[in-house]
Design a binder for this molecule. Structure first.
Ligand code: BF8
Ligand code: SF4
Length: 643
């Protein structure tokens, strides 16, 4: 029999706890129940010591040294752990990069006039990207320029180049280092395929060599597939600008047709936003008794919509089942990534229709409407119509929407940040030099049911901002901090005096929403801009990364490319590498001598904050900037913002 944990151990948020409680009352199974049913989870797998790469196995290495120390083929713990981690990186990098390719393909079709519902909405960005790729503008039509750009970026996926094009955005010293170490990403598909090759039985058995290729594969994501996804999404859907939005389950409206957009790719969600404004569909919703159509976001597709259009955000990863349990959601429209198969079962307890749309991501039990971007707007309307029809089946007595929404600001693209600073990183660099801002940290990544939902994100972020460290957020972290009230300009009062004053002067929050998980590429671009401005490499800057509640393979790829780009990164959930002391030694220290940065693992966000502050002060000292010895305990007085 499994023991049910107290609700406060599951989530720091009242809206989540209310819905988990309802699930318990009504016998609806959620992610926390399924985690409990899996415990204790496999110790070999948790340490990375099991291998099923071939059918001489599966094999496992005894971590206590008494049982087998080699697989049937002779692979030892170092090889097996490194191979497993690298396949995880490849899966994450592939997910991001395949998303990037989907965007690129639709971008190319749009340039050829073959789509409905898509435009080239940011010509300035199109022109800037074209110039970066030596594509002539010469007063040519935007569609011709876009066609040439699409063709240039498609080359980045193949094997005809010796570096992906956006790697040229890295500071010269960084790019030279990648070449010297042999980790310059050549082609996006190439690195991922080579990874699967290298980790086949009897290919790469040198854990150092395997892990270095892991870094190269991750760089093909960060400076390749993800960056392409972000940049072309900006051209097609608009480069984000700061806007005020809302967050939590309170964004659902009792009187409206509620449609949640869940997944990652803005190709689908953008046309649905257009379809939901169609006067005929709005009239149909009213005819059915609703006051209109209310779109809400979930996970990263929600981030994409919130960044560009201010669409309210219903929640992050662990909210995807709970939003259904409100009984107020009429349709959940999904594309791909981070969508639990379980949502179909939870939806069956209510009237909600789950609509899958990507032919590469089908969900048994969901209605599938195959999304073809060439008929984007027509299909978007068909999906919205289905949501309106489902509204008719809603039982008002089953509706429970917990609480009121919280305000949050989104839309901090690099262009928007530099724009707010007057078009140059100089004011930010000056603030860092003076010490009013001590550094910047990217707090990114997922929820994981092994961590009380959002506790890691909110606590770490709070400790950083109160110590005058600017926090940049993406993915599920952004939703967590938004719910906690840290992402409005008034959040300046939660920050230390230095950062607080800067935020007040610019009317910005101390925690800046930079987008979805592919948008971590924006953070790389910002870091490169700061480094270039100062004439240094990224690893010399007072920066750090953190993924306090990560769960996904994509997060592993992100962590790897952030470190390979020179940024120290702290993970809050233990990765499955502790079966090899050598692998741990390399990732948690040895890499400092290779790429100038490494990983740390620290589950306690209070301690993670101290590690990060210490790191930032060391970097400041090395640059000759004023130093403050970080205290080993957090400063008192700042209550936890979330409830
Ligand atoms: O790409 S942060 S749980 S939703 S993997 Fe997924 Fe993690 Fe959320 Fe977005 Ni990113
Ligand atoms: Fe076992 Fe080696 Fe096959 Fe892995 S590759 S399953 S360790 S024999």
């Amino acid at each position: 029999m499994t023991v049910r944990r107290d609700l406060h151990q599951l989530s720091i948020h009242a809206d989540a706890r209310a819905m988990i409680e309802r699930a318990r009352e009504e016998g609806i199974e959620t992610v926390w129940d399924r985690l409990a049913a899996q415990e204790p989870q496999c110790g070999y797998c948790s340490l990375g010591l099991s291998c099923r790469n071939c059918s001489m196995g599966p094999c496992r290495i005894d971590p206590f040294g008494e049982g087998p120390q080699k697989g049937v083929c002779g692979a030892d713990a170092d090889t097996i752990v490194a191979r497993n981690l690298d396949r995880t990186i490849a899966a994450g990098a592939s997910a991001h990069s395949d998303h990037g390719r989907d965007i690129l393909e639709v971008f190319a079709w749009t340039a050829e006039g073959k789509t409905t519902g898509y435009e080239l909405r940011d010509p300035d960005k199109l022109h800037a990207l074209a110039t970066e790729h030596d594509i002539a503008l010469d007063g040519r039509p935007d569609k011709d320029i876009a066609r040439d750009l699409a063709s240039a970026l498609m080359e980045d996926f193949g094997s005809r180049k010796d570096h992906v094009s956006f790697a040229e955005r890295a500071p010269e010293k960084r790019a030279a280092l990648w070449k010297k170490v042999g980790i310059m990403p050549r082609g996006i598909d190439r690195e991922n395929v080579e990874m699967l090759h290298r980790t086949h039985m009897g290919v790469d058995n040198d854990y150092v060599n395997i892990l270095l290729h892991g870094l190269r594969t991750s760089l093909s994501d960060g400076w390749g597939g993800s960056m392409i996804a972000t940049e072309l999404s900006d051209v097609m859907f608009g480069t984000p600008k700061p806007n005020m939005s809302q967050v939590n389950l309170g964004v659902l409206k009792k009187e409206s047709v509620n449609i949640a957009l869940h997944g990652h790719n803005p190709l689908l969600s953008d046309v649905i936003v257009q379809a939901a404004e169609d006067p005929e569909l709005v009239a149909l919703a009213k005819q059915k008794g609703a006051d209109g159509i209310n779109l809400v976001g979930l996970c990263c597709t929600g981030n994409e919509l919130q960044m560009r259009k201010g669409i309210p955000m219903a929640g992050n990863h662990l909210m995807q089942e709970l939003v259904l349990i409100t009984g107020a959601l009429d349709a959940m429209v999904v594309d791909y990534q981070c969508i639990m198969p379980a949502i179909v079962d939870v939806a069956k307890c209510f009237h909600t229709v789950v609509i899958s749309t990507a032919d590469k991501a089908k969900f048994p039990g969901a209605s599938h409407i195959s999304f073809d971007p060439r008929r984007g707007i027509e299909i978007g309307k068909e999906i919205v119509r289905k949501g309106i029809e489902a509204y008719e089946n809603r039982n008002p007595d089953r509706v429970r929407i917990p609480g009121e929404p919280v305000k949050m600001m989104a839309g901090f693209s690099v262009e928007a940040i530099l724009g707010a600073l007057g078009g140059t990183p100089a004011p930010l660099v000056d603030a860092i030099a003076k010490g009013s801002i001590r550094g910047a940290v990217a707090v990114v990544g997922c929820n994981n049911p092994k961590v009380p939902q959002d506790y890691g994100h909110v606590t770490l972020t709070q400790r950083l901002i109160e110590n005058d460290i600017l926090v940049l957020v993406t993915g599920c972290a952004a939703v967590a901090n938004g719910k906690a009230g840290q992402m409005v300009p008034e959040g300046a009062k939660l920050a230390g005096q230095g950062l607080g004053a800067v935020c007040q002067a610019l009317s910005i929050p101390p925690v800046l929403h930079m987008g979805s998980c592919v948008d971590n590429a924006r953070i790389l671009v910002l870091a490169a801009a700061l480094a270039k401005h100062l004439g240094v490499d990224i690893d010399q800057l007072p920066l750090a990364g953190a993924a306090p509640e990560w769960y996904s393979e994509k997060a592993v790829s992100i962590g790897a490319y952030v470190v390979a780009s020179g940024i120290y990164t702290v993970l809050g959930v233990q990765p499955p590498i502790f079966g090899s002391k050598n692998v741990v030694g390399l990732l948690a220290g040895g890499l400092d001598d290779v790429v100038g940065a490494s990983f740390a693992v620290e589950p306690d966000p209070e301690k993670a904050a101290v590690l990060i502050r210490r790191h930032i002060e060391e970097k400041r000292k090395a640059l000759g900037l004023p130093f403050i010895e970080p205290s080993s305990i957090h400063p008192p007085g700042h209550a936890q913002a979330a409830e």
